[in-house]
Design a protein around this ligand. Sequence first.
Ligand code: CA
Length: 322
Amino acid sequence: MKKFILLLIIIFGCKTPENKSDFMKQKIVIAHRGASGYLPEHTIEAKAMAHAMNVDFIEQDLVLSKDDVPIVIHDIYLDDVTDVAEKFPTRKRKDNRFYVIDFTFEELKTLQVSERFDPKTGEQIYKNRFPKNTGNFKLHSLQDEIELIQGLNKSTHKNIGIYPEIKEPEFHKKEGKNLSETVLKVLSDYGYKTKKDNCILQCFDAKELERIRVKLKSELFLVQLIEFPEETKQLNYFATYADGIGPWYKQILDKKVDGKFTFTSLVFDAHELGLKVHSYTFRADALDEFSSFEEMMQTLLIEADVDGVFTDFPDLVVDFLN
Ligand code: CA
């Protein structure tokens, strides 16, 4: 009799219909530039904090240094998150900007990293975040960050993934550099080779992401980022090489009807093609059309049914999904 009951539990236990909590658990939280709502973006401190918040993935934006080290930084420029203009005043280009690619990794490590600011006015972008030009933060490589995350995974018995982005491949090519090849080699060296390896690779440049799949034969989970509305019409093409899309959330929202949000067909169409949808960027201090962060999460994660979100405030999204 006991065996029979156990059998019933096994059969029906596995076949319970999808309930609310299963639905929530399928959603993923990506720490956008780390826990960047609380610490300067892409610092190792912001990544450690994100890890402690139990996110699913931590993001790395990648730009090559002069000596071909993949640096974790959001842009090809240095002057809006570091003190490069004071430390190396003569090293700017004609456009008055300082480029990561013009400095060696050794030089880059001497810079102080700050909360993001406007290089023209010096004004901090997000006023209520970590105070500008305080603390002692540095730039680091992709290798440094993988070792941090893999080390923390071991010491905390977690399995948090990485979510690297290939930044401006055309710019790198013009500078005579192979960013994608360099990044894929590092990822492979650290055990990220297939879709099972807890790594999602993202890029805005569709030709480059397609090249990563077809020419470079990557077997990683690939996400095509979408910047412009017209790109949302290319889903069939994206589905030939990518596993998911990363649209701006505004491409998911349609008109408001009687005070309620309606949605474009983007999420539905992507799901029909088997593509996951990871939308950016969820910021509790930049809500735009939403009256609260709660409303933003409810609208996009539940009503629009996106599969994951990039957020500067990972703790809030993790709490919401729990
Ligand atoms: Ca990014």
